[in-house]
Design a protein around this ligand. Sequence first.
Ligand code: AMP
Length: 194
Amino acid sequence: MLNIVLFGPPGAGKGTQAEKLINKYNIVHLSTGDIFRANIKGETELGTLAKSYMDGGNLVPDEVTIKMLEAEVDKNPNAEGFIFDGFPRTTPQAESLEEFLTGKGTTISVMLALDVAEQELIKRLLLRGKDSGRADDANEEVIANRISVYNEQTAVVADFYSQRNKFQKVDGVGSVDEIFDRLCATIDEYKISL
Ligand code: AMP
């Protein structure tokens, strides 16, 4: 299986690149943010719970997020692999994912971390806020909080994969196609080493 953690701060381009990668590698895209947003739209209990955290740019509690993610993986028993987009965002999430995948006889192949400077992220998020309809993209204070949550709680997840020799940094600035080519080159290099 090819299991990729697509990593990076909010606005790094994870969602855009994940959509392209799933077509090329025939794997399943699991975005915890998208799943939460679908639950909010569907007015589920999970959606109501997640909304209060998301509106402020804070993380939904680990227990809830992990349970939801595992259920989504289980919905795809025949998948040839997954792109985890927006997950794991904390070390306990990374530990749980490792344990969960090990139990299924698989593991994370590689973490691809999109590298984008903070000023560029804010610019991209505000631009996205104009047409994405995402409340958490339209408010500069919420954006600032999401970036500080990333720096304080999420950035350390890179160490988890780096300690396991699975961390690959990829330049996240350039055209969508240029960045896509960089990601594919890194994945293909990894696949050759299998
Ligand atoms: P995203 O679409 O990845 O930017 O996520 C939007 C929001 O959903 C985040 O700001 C969090 O409130 C919530 N969220 C998404 N993924 C996670 C996660 N792995 N852990 C906790 N909260 C999450």
